[in-house]
Ligand binder design. Structure first.
Ligand code: PRP
Ligand code: URA
Length: 209
């Protein structure tokens, strides 16, 4: 069974409260999503491997630690996942970026793939899939299925807000993928929106409604 980590850090919760507010505009919403993504990736990467290296300071040499092992690739689920990429790259500038385009059919709520381009060496990388919302879990589950079909096996999922239904779906479909979230909300409404959630993340991020 995969691990579900909820970040209850006061800074993350404060920023998320502002994002949830229906009166928060596009500019602030976008900035806050980037800031929260930056804070979250700091913890999401806590278990990355390091190796001891020798560094010569102006005073003397000393043993330090540097990242070793698998490098990162961040893969946003289009569109709303794009809002989390810069936050990740601020902390891990050398990460490569893949893209998966999925939209949720408004009738069936099923995910439809319209784009997938991953870094050439993504099978060698630690893949961090990002998307602000985990609702039914259909989009994340499908995205991760497509990523696995391309040979990747080290994958973690980072969302801002999750519904219990989405977490259950992910854990059933991908028990090997740990999930990192800022909030676990109550449930879904009849239209597949998270309650209380923050509304449509893509529309709020890009101002399309
Ligand atoms: C939203 C969100 C997730 C998906 C979550 O995207 O960003 O990708 O819904 O819902 P699910 O867990 O039930 O699949 P949407 O399909 O609205 O597309 P968009 O990002 O292009 O707005
Ligand atoms: N997608 C969103 O953007 N918001 C939700 O609440 C559910 C799916």
């Amino acid at each position: 069974m995969s691990k579900v980590v909820v970040f209850d850090h006061p800074l993350i919760q404060h920023k998320l409260a502002i994002m949830r507010d229906k009166n928060t505009g596009v500019k602030e919403f976008r900035e806050l999503l980037e800031e929260i993504s930056m804070l979250m990736i700091y913890e999401v990467t806590r278990d990355l491997e390091t190796e001891v290296v020798e560094v010569e300071t102006p005073i003397q040499t000393c043993k330090c630690r540097k990242l070793a092992g698998r490098k990162l690739a961040v893969v946003p689920i289009l569109r709303a996942g794009l809002g989390m990429v810069d936050g990740v790259l601020n902390m891990v500038p050398a990460a490569k970026v893949g893209h998966i385009g999925l939209y949720r059919d408004p009738e069936t709520l099923e995910p439809v793939e319209y784009y997938c381009k991953l870094p050439a060496d993504s099978t060698e990388r630690e893949i961090v899939v990002v998307d602000p919302m985990l609702a039914t879990g259909g989009s994340a589950s499908a995205a991760i299925k497509f990523i696995k079909q391309r040979g990747c096996s080290h994958i973690r999922l980072v969302n801002l807000i999750a519904a219990p239904e989405g977490v259950a779906r992910m854990q059933a479909d991908h028990p090997d993928v740990d999930i990192f979230i800022a909030a676990l909300d109550e449930k879904l409404n009849d239209h597949g929106y998270i309650i209380p959630g923050l509304g449509d993340a893509g529309d709020r991020l890009f101002g399309t409604k």
